[in-house]
Ligand binder design. Structure first.
Ligand SMILES: NC(=O)c1ccc[n+]([C@@H]2O[C@H](COP(=O)([O-])OP(=O)(O)OC[C@H]3O[C@@H](n4cnc5c(N)ncnc54)[C@H](O)[C@@H]3O)[C@@H](O)[C@H]2O)c1
Length: 270
């Protein structure tokens, strides 16, 4: 049954955006897709808006007459400060502020495990721990999670922030055996986040039903998420083909993986 009239999906041209372009279509009469890259032809139930998230006027336009936003646009890995600032921090602020001004009641935000990446894997954290970002990218995710908190407490806009682990067609290394989120489970998680009643400001981890888990994800069950996939079927392939990393390396001690070892990106040559 169609529940929404119009949903906006930002980052629709990205890896996860392409999956959600198909996966969210059944939930709404019209799926409005936005990105700064070409999105091809609009299907019958689609609208396309090409815009940069750092342009507030454009974000105001794209959030008009929508019932909910799935905010997946932005820099999706570590980057230079200015890029993170424009795409993630200003972009995130524009989405929240435009939703307030246009009366949009709910946002599903693609946050990241890198907002809490410096926690050791031995500490079983849940959604309530203070942020412990491992990169400027992680700081931007923590910032938007805090915007979500402010915009719920002050303006009543509901958010589910998804601290996504690693969402790819299949897990590629030992860490991803714990952090993998299959594409089917991603669609289910975003669907639950859009449809659940009274979510307030809610944080969940975006992972499948993997045998290995870094995080206590009880908060995801509260919105009805029951993951169907597991990384376990890929374990043998990974054990055989991928070298086991040194257990004393910070990237193995901390849940953020190699992000904890990254230098400051502005020190890197272009
Ligand atoms: N894939 C994962 O495993 C994973 C893990 C954690 C978090 N996430 C988050 O999920 C979201 C989607 O991830 P993805 O893997 O699809 O990334 P992606 O890089 O494939 O897609 C991001 C999209 O955002 C668009 N974008 C970037 N900056 C923009 C700007 N300033 N204005 C307009 N559009 C802009 C890009 O053009 C791109 O199409 C991101 O926010 C990412 O941080 C993904």
């Amino acid at each position: 049954m169609t529940q929404f009239n119009r949903i906006l999906l930002t980052g629709a041209g990205g890896g996860l955006g392409k999956i959600l372009r198909q996966g969210l279509a059944p939930l709404c009469k019209t799926l409005r897709l936005s990105d700064r890259v070409d999105l091809g032809e609009a299907a019958l139930n689609e609208e396309i808006v090409i815009a940069d998230l750092d342009d507030m006027d454009a974000v105001m336009e794209m959030t008009k007459d929508v019932d909910a936003v799935a905010h997946f646009g932005g820099k999706s890995v570590e980057g230079k400060y200015k890029e993170i600032l424009h795409s993630n921090i200003m972009g995130g602020y524009h989405v929240y502020e435009a939703c307030r001004l246009n009366g949009v009641p709910r946002i599903v935000y693609a946050s990241s495990n890198h907002a809490i990446g410096y926690y050791p894997r031995t500490q079983r954290i849940d959604d309530s721990v203070p942020h412990r970002p491992d990169t400027l990218y992680g700081v931007s995710k923590a910032f938007v999670e805090d915007l979500a908190s402010l915009y719920y407490d002050k303006h009543g806009i509901e958010t589910v922030s998804l601290r996504i682990g690693s969402s790819f067609p299949e897990p590629r290394d030992h860490r991803m055996l714990a952090t993998w989120l299959s594409y089917d489970d991603l669609i289910q998680l975003v669907t639950c986040s859009l449809k659940a009643h009274h979510v307030g400001n809610h944080v969940v981890y975006g992972v499948s039903d993997n045998n290995e888990q870094f995080w206590d994800n009880a908060s995801a069950r509260l919105i009805g998420y029951v993951p169907k996939d597991s990384s376990e079927s890929y374990r043998e392939k990974i054990e055989k083909n991928v070298e086991r990393p040194d257990r004393t390396d910070p990237s193995v001690i901390c849940c953020g993986g190699m992000y904890v070892n990254y230098p400051h990106w502005d020190d890197k040559e272009d």
